[in-house]
Design a protein. Structure first.
Ligand SMILES: [Zn+2]
Length: 318
């Protein structure tokens, strides 16, 4: 947990956001992912939930795990993702500071444990959990995240999405129109991108890692092409003033999303070309296809070599 974790995010200063505890949060996420089978034993006691106001009704919250999007107002509280179960109390406390109304809906951007860990707690409290249908399928059966070597158990019924959709769903809440759209075969097979139309905010889920090389979960149906398509979709929805919440990393602009898209397109095209030539994974890694991007993107939880290895596995499978 060194201060170095702070530096991979040049966007922070650009966006004018000061986050002294970001280093801890990113490091916590890293530790959790790398020690995935032991994540339940992680110490969350020092994690703090930070709230950033993005519009009159929409907020971003960060703690450990995926970034949250929160809409508050007359109609109740709508939340995107819920991190880890031990953080539910802190998340709830942070929400209570914004609104006395109950959390009506939680939308899961995908099934991964660092975005759905609080489902059981919120489900018990009466929140309606909503997700793309593949999220419910994966949460209700045994899972395996191959790249992390991590097995997951089926979630209890109370933690499962009770409303599912195939393509898209809209919420008319708090004076906003919240449009949730399925991004097929992207980071997983159940990703959703959410647009708060009036507030001009987009939550990309894990189809966007801002300032760090993204993880694409091939064993959950994820593909590089799907992530690129999701990024393109986000770019089409966004204007120059749109605030974009990534699944991981700091709040972003359209330009940040474009830089991410261009980085992923360039590196994956390079790796795909070498896969086509029949090159072995160690030779592709040794060719350093990420070299020009490492200074900006290479200090997050996926080191450059690991990222190339992951892309190789995904593109070879295709
Ligand atoms: Zn994920």
């Amino acid at each position: 947990m060194t201060q170095d974790w702070f530096h991979p995010f040049p966007h922070i200063e650009r966006n004018g956001i000061v986050r002294k505890d970001l280093s801890f949060r990113i490091a916590a996420f890293t530790a959790v992912i790398l020690a995935a089978p032991a994540f339940a034993q992680q110490d969350f006691s020092k994690v703090e939930i930070q709230t950033d106001k993005l519009s009159d009704s929409v907020y971003m919250m960060t703690g450990a795990g995926g970034n949250l999007g929160v809409s508050v107002g007359e109609d109740g509280v709508f939340v995107i993702d819920d991190q880890f179960a031990p953080l539910t109390g802190k998340i709830q406390a942070a929400i209570t500071k914004l609104s006395a109304k109950p959390v009506k809906f939680i939308l899961n951007t995908h099934w991964h444990f660092d975005h759905t860990g609080g489902n059981e707690n919120f489900g018990k409290a009466g929140t309606v959990i909503v997700a793309q249908e593949n999220v419910r399928k994966r949460l209700s059966s045994e899972g395996f995240i191959e790249f992390l070597g991590m097995k997951t158990k089926p979630e209890p019924a109370i933690a499962l999405p009770v409303v599912t959709f195939t393509r898209d769903i809209s919420f008319h809440l708090n004076g906003d129109e919240i449009r949730a759209v399925h991004a097929p075969r992207a980071h997983t097979d159940g990703d959703t991108v959410v647009q708060f139309a009036k507030s001009d905010v987009i939550h990309m889920g894990d189809t966007f890692f801002n300032g760090l090389y993204p993880f694409i979960d091939t064993s959950s149906g994820g593909t590089v092409a799907g992530v690129l398509a999701a990024a393109d979709r986000g770019l089409k929805m966004a204007g120059d003033k749109t605030k974009i919440i990534p699944g991981h990393g700091p709040l972003a602009t359209k330009a940040d999303l474009k830089a991410y898209r261009d980085m992923l397109a360039a590196v994956s095209a390079n790796v795909a070309g070498q896969v086509k030539q029949g090159k072995k994974v160690e030779d592709v890694v040794a060719s350093k296809p990420t070299a020009q991007f490492d200074a900006v993107w290479g200090k997050g939880f996926l080191a450059p070599d690991k990222f190339v290895e992951m892309l190789y596995g995904n593109l070879k499978k295709k």
